[in-house]
Write a protein that binds this ligand. Sequence first.
Ligand code: XIL
Length: 725
Amino acid sequence: MSIFLLVISFSSVLQVQAQGLKDAYSNYFKVGVAVNQRNVTDPQQQTLILREFNSITAENDMKPEPTEPREGEFNWSRADRIADFCRQNGIKLRGHCLVWHSQIGEWMFSDSEGNTVTKEVLLQRIRNHTKAIVSRYSDVVYCWDVVNEAITDDPRATNRYRQSKLYRIAGDDFIREAFRAAREANPKALLFYNDYNECDPVKSRRIYDMVREMKAAGVPIDGIGMQGHYNIYGPSEEQVDAALSLYKTIVNHIHVTELDVRINEEMGGQLQFSRQGEQVSDSIRQHLADQYARLFRQFRRHSDVIDCVTFWNLSDRDSWLGQANYPLPFDAQYQPKLAYTYIRDMAEPKWPMAVKPASRPRRQQAEQRTTPFDPARAFEQKEGIIEDFKPSSKNQPGRDYPQVNSQGYVRLRVEAPDAKSVSCSLGRGGTPLHRAYDGSWVGQTLRPEDEGFHYYHITVDGGTFNDPGAQNFFGGTRWESGIEVPSHDQDFFALKNVPHGRVQEVLFWSESTSQMRRAFVYTPPTYDASKKKFPVLYLQHGWGENETSWSQQGHAGLIIDNLLAEGCTLPFIIVMTYGMTNEVRFGGLREFTAMDFEKVLVDELIPYIDAHFRTKADKWNRAMAGLSMGGFETRLITLRRPEVFGYYALMSGGQYQPADIKDVRQVRLIFQSCGGKENPDAIRQSTQTLKDAGFNAVCYISEGTAHEFLTWRRSLRELAPLLFR
Ligand code: XIL
């Protein structure tokens, strides 16, 4: 019994895995592929073709020039090989193509003396070619792209036709003649007019007009081929829908004949190479999958008229666009990509993707504009994701987005009515946003974010912008958007009803840099009311940040207020100034000595602070700490100026070695910390080495966090109680 069940379930697993695209779409349309000679001769590629596809197009081998390089001289060997592959495997062949201005023998247009032929001669040559190839493959070819790309791309052109040699010699009669000859040679084959940029509003109207007029005049056109050379930004679902809806009013057959999706903004029939390079980010992969999902959603919606969708090439390796364009469902190793999964699995409506973009909000009626945004309609609800999303605590006043749930998933929403692409830097490699039903852009991170504070920004049509929903925080050398993913221990930096200290801005003259400089000074709650003097911690930010970072996103003051309220730390002053780190470029760290900053800090700022605040102005009441690059500075400066500081702390900012410090008695505390997702072992080991050498060394690891502010907030909480004891 149990073996029986096992066999059944195992075989059903196999069945599911054996399902190719053709099976997933068996209720909708054929799924085809354009092939080259290697594809139909390499056994592994043959297997892949047979598993996934049930229609084939010859990528080049049935075109006019390769099959008739000189008048009356036919070369069938390559076309035969593809036709035989189809015959042997019972697959149907799409014929591509009979008449095209490109890949056509130049002999067509000139006589033996090199003069341009007459219209009659050209039409006769077209008839001859068409008859020869159509009758040769009439047993296996079920449809033909009879005329390819005859309409102009120029939206301002008064004549709708491409000014090709074909047209200049024969006018649009070359189109009529080709269709008539093809029908005569094989009355059973469906005959298509095929073109690219066929979702463009101007061009689609021209294609429509031409086909309608020709059909009315008795030209045997059965269908329209939409080449489908698209990109991740377009066409939009609305445009695809509009084109299909238009074409289906005049033909009963539509084929998507040459589908591929580039990862740049190029589109259409011209061969252009991607400038993207080899690296494809997660965000681009996601964009590609999303665009394919949108396209196939429209194809399925119109499956009453679409009877075949053909990919232009088998894999990225075969693509005429080059593999850097990343355009197909199979990668350069013939492995299915995320796009493949989306296309195949969305054939059955497993998840609620079917949100059709409404018209642009700008154009909406006033009453529609007041309809509240409904997240249930806009965001994908996924199993395992808890629907308890709340606005981030770092949002701008009254802003609902970004939102975070209790697991750390982030939802974004941006209004950008005319944007073509929007993504967000959160999530590994970024998170793409897509248009929601109301025209806004929405997106959700694929994985939960770490708890704590993160910088991020939005990319709109390739440009960097802040999220209008979020407050800005200085990091990455700019005011970045910030988001707070609630942490389980967030109480220690929360704003509570306890006595609070004060953060004030001070402006001091710096002789060495000939300018006024700024620092923020935290004084504890008891500072104002007492006459006492206080010890001072000089606290440095990291690379890309500045003097605002520790008190704004670091919540340094709140952390100390809360510790004081619980009696866990002595009161002290904190001074935060700009560490002059942001001019250091990546790779230049080796030459970074922090000498300039040392002058500002030790010779200018410390005397200023000691003169303007009630400080205990000696080394045993002075500490220096820094995060990341600020830690690097702390190490350099404390070691060079042992007479100034008595307590040292490095937060994700390196380590001291016993050999660095000549006299064990020069320092009362060495504190070293980092996030559990950084290099905790190195920190633990070096702290142990320091202890073994007789130093008072303490190590702290912030569990579950990386090189980010929650690591450093926690580090400050751990450090404070150890200072000035
Ligand atoms: C392309 C082929 O893929 C390339 O190998 C060849 O060099 C040029 O033609 N529109 C069409 C196809 O109808 O025939 C084209 O195929 C791509 C654009």
